[in-house]
Design a protein around this ligand. Structure first.
Ligand code: MN
Length: 254
């Protein structure tokens, strides 16, 4: 039998791939891990994805041994050191997931993924595997929204952790989730991301039938459809404007 240390330091994407059908999901397969590796340079990459699926949650991911260690944080990260945010460890994700934003039309994780934060992380330990095994990983984040010193502490079982901000110049009372709700990649909100796809994608088959997420989905689908319509109208108006302008310029030149 492999020891605990060995089994948890050996990372694999088998579970990630097993859960997904890449002919139906636009999620990365891991084939383009290099672009993320390049992005972070000599540092380790980190990201947070805001994911509206059956429930709204935030996926917190730290690069380690060629994959992204991943935790689902239902309430999202908090800058307040007295908040201990539940973080459920989930399967390792491929590095190129770190740039992913889009719509998962069906299957596992069906919903909308927004790249909510991205940057690098610095472990405050020489041995990340040992810290993970011990169940206490201290680190610093150099993100767009999340910065400074943090800790992940394991609680009652292997999967259940708490994400806690340490007190420093980047901690405080401000609710970063509502103060900075948009994507760091596209600067878009969920409805904009959906509007780039087909807003009707879930008309018949909604990932969340009821509950809070279900209500949010209904609003987002409606707003996305409206935005898509406006965009289409805007485009045809834009064309007319350009044509008028050109004519105007031609007249002036004459
Ligand atoms: Mn998720």
């Amino acid at each position: 039998m492999p020891t605990k240390t060995r089994s948890s330091s050996k990372r694999s994407l088998a579970k990630y791939k097993e859960k997904r059908n890449f002919t139906k999901s636009p999620e990365p397969t891991g084939a383009e891990a290099k672009k993320i590796r390049k992005k972070a340079g000599k540092k380790l990459f980190f990201c947070v994805q805001k994911h509206l699926a059956s429930h709204l949650h935030y996926d917190f991911r730290l690069e380690h041994r060629g994959v992204l260690l991943s935790w689902a944080v239902p309430k999202g990260p908090s800058l307040n050191p007295s908040d201990k945010r539940l973080a459920m460890m989930v399967e390792d994700h491929p590095l190129d997931y770190g740039d992913f934003e889009g719509v998962i039309p069906e299957g596992y994780g069906a919903g909308i993924v927004m790249l909510w934060d991205q940057g690098t992380w610095t472990p405050l330990t020489d041995d990340i595997d040992a810290a993970l095994n011990k169940g206490e990983l201290k680190f610093e984040l150099q993100g767009v929204k999340l910065k400074g010193s943090w800790v992940l502490v394991r609680t009652r079982d292997q999967r259940t952790w708490l994400l806690i901000k340490h007190r420093d110049e980047w901690s405080g009372d401000i609710d970063v989730l509502t103060a900075a709700p948009l994507s760091v990649k596209s600067f878009d909100d969920f409805d904009d991301i959906l509007a780039q796809e087909n807003p009707d994608v879930w008309q018949s088959h909604r990932p969340a039938g009821g509950g809070v997420a279900g209500g949010m989905f209904n609003d987002i689908i409606r707003r996305a459809a409206e935005k898509k319509l406006l965009k289409t109208e805007g485009k045809s108006k834009g064309k007319k404007k350009t044509a008028t302008k050109k004519r105007g310029t031609a007249t002036a030149n004459r």
